[in-house]
Design a protein around this ligand. Structure first.
Ligand SMILES: Nc1ncnc2c1ncn2[C@@H]1O[C@H](COP(=O)(O)OP(=O)(O)OP(=O)(O)O)[C@@H](O)[C@H]1O
Ligand SMILES: [Mg+2]
Length: 458
């Protein structure tokens, strides 16, 4: 057949497909780009055809474009979900399939199909909207191991274990207090695992009533209860990917038993359904309390605990790894001063001391917010100083005093703790001004100075 005719057929075919198609040659020049792709990405075919990929999509290269990558190897990538902002500024989600064009063992380029699923409202998205994004993270999961900061031995050890978790397909139980990075680690494990191109769905088990959570996780069939429709549950939606069950101890005993069955048998059954549906989902569970205690208290089923605890990742609190505080602080200063377009050069001595002594009950999240807020409040560039610290942080420090008392503690020690904290808090409130702090506390200046040294506040 004549080449012109072949080409005409190809154009008709491409332009009447509902999926987007983009074909490039071995060097990255576009051979074909159809109308459906134009609707997805916002680029007109005439602008793309014949041009090099990097001219049209300067942010994409061989490290992050599946299409370019496919010109270098012979690997087919199917069902790859992508979230991005297209050239019209619209947030979109697509499912892509990428195929290298290999003839007689030689790579002649690559072809990508792309389907826009942004408007396909599935159960996940509906619930997501319903509760304002609290429950589910359908936003792109972007954390990777290299974003996790901390050279301390404890953090390095956690990273080593987490990397091992990523190499396996076993269930992982992440234990760590609030703000220690459970979500960050869960996503990083997924993104380093063989499931990285599939979905990562996060569910907060504490955020929903039992019956809704059950429908959400397992799916429903039409007629199971009034108003129920046929819907896939999150297990099915996360098929071949990872399901992150946060605050696992908040699941009711009944749902814990159902979860255990899925883990043991690899099947889910929808609410009201009679069919077993095979699912291949990697489970990462998380909890912010020691799981053994929860088992003793009866909030976590023992059998489920043993099943989840196949690989165990304990995340240290910030106070267990104080040597990381400065490193984290520097990174957060870089991050937020860049975001705010400010030139923050570092932190002053008194600010550094204050950070070292502060008890970060909210762990890394608290530190991050503190730095962000301080940068926003600061009026000038330069070093962050203690006097830039927003007032609400010093108020929070007062609230922390309430939780300090332990009954096994000698009274004198307890009182000394209280005294130390009250003095420190007043010192922060007066932004490190000794005379004003003395006035605030009704102490002679000399006496205060002695106590500031004694408690290591200055
Ligand atoms: N090691 C770390 N390096 C850099 N940033 C971190 C680290 N750990 C936590 N963060 C940051 O702290 C914040 C809280 O992390 P994350 O949401 O993963 O904590 P979490 O354990 O899930 O907390 P919660 O129990 O409250 O849900 C995030 O903004 C994250 O980027
Ligand atoms: Mg979390």
């Amino acid at each position: 057949m004549e080449k012109r005719i072949q080409q005409k057929i190809m154009t008709i075919l491409l332009d009447h497909m509902s999926d987007g198609v983009h074909i490039i040659d071995q060097d990255g020049y576009t051979l074909a780009y159809n109308r459906a792709m134009e609707r997805i990405e916002g680029v007109i075919p005439d602008e793309v055809i014949g041009k090099h990929f990097s001219e049209i999509f300067p942010k994409l290269d061989y490290t992050n474009s599946t299409l370019l990558q496919a010109t270098r190897h012979d690997q087919v990538v199917e069902d790859f979900r992508q979230h991005y902002t297209n050239l019209r500024g619209e947030r979109i989600t697509t499912i892509n399939h990428t195929y290298p064009i290999i003839v007689d063992g030689k790579n002649y380029g690559a072809l990508e199909f792309s389907r826009n699923i942004t408007d396909e409202k599935d159960l996940t998205d509906q619930v997501h909207q319903l509760i304002g994004g609290e429950l589910l993270e359908t936003k792109p999961n972007y954390y990777t191991f290299d974003m996790i900061i901390g050279s301390s031995e404890l953090m390095q050890q956690a990273l080593r274990i987490a990397r091992r978790c990523a190499e396996t397909d076993a269930t992982v139980l992440i234990v760590g207090q609030t703000g220690t990075g459970k979500e960050m680690f869960a996503q990083s494990i997924h993104n380093a695992s063989r499931r990285q191109h599939q979905r990562f769905i996060g569910v907060n088990c504490a955020a929903l009533a039992e019956s809704i959570l059950e429908s959400l996780l397992f799916g429903t069939v039409k007629g199971a209860f009034t108003g129920s429709v046929d819907r896939k549950g999150l297990f099915e939606q996360a098929d071949r990917g990872t399901l992150f069950l946060d605050e696992i101890n908040s699941l009711s005993p009944n749902l814990q038993a159902k979860l255990l069955r899925v883990l043991q048998e690899g099947f889910v059954r929808k609410v009201g359904g009679s069919k077993d549906i095979r699912v291949d989902v990697r489970i990462i569970a998380a909890t912010n309390q020691p799981p053994r205690e929860q088992v003793e208290q009866g909030t976590l089923r023992r059998d489920l605990y043993y099943r989840l605890n196949v690989m165990r990742l304990d995340l240290p609190t910030l106070s267990q790894r104080p040597e990381d505080i400065m490193e984290l602080t520097e990174r957060f200063i870089d991050k937020y001063s860049q975001k705010a377009g400010r030139d923050i050069t570092g932190i002053s001595h008194d600010f550094r001391d204050a950070l070292k002594r502060h008890e970060f009950r909210g762990n890394v999240r608290e530190l991050e917010h503190l730095i962000e807020a301080t940068i926003h409040m600061k009026e000038t560039d330069g070093e962050l100083e203690l006097s830039d610290l927003p007032d609400h942080f010093t108020r929070d420090m007062d609230d922390q005093l309430l939780g300090l008392y332990r009954e096994d503690q000698p009274l004198m020690e307890y009182l000394a703790d209280i005294e130390r904290n009250l003095i420190q808090s007043a010192y922060f409130k007066e932004k490190g001004h000794v005379s004003n702090t003395a006035k605030r506390l009704g102490l002679p200046r000399q006496n205060l100075q002695y106590k500031l040294k004694k408690y290591g506040i200055v």
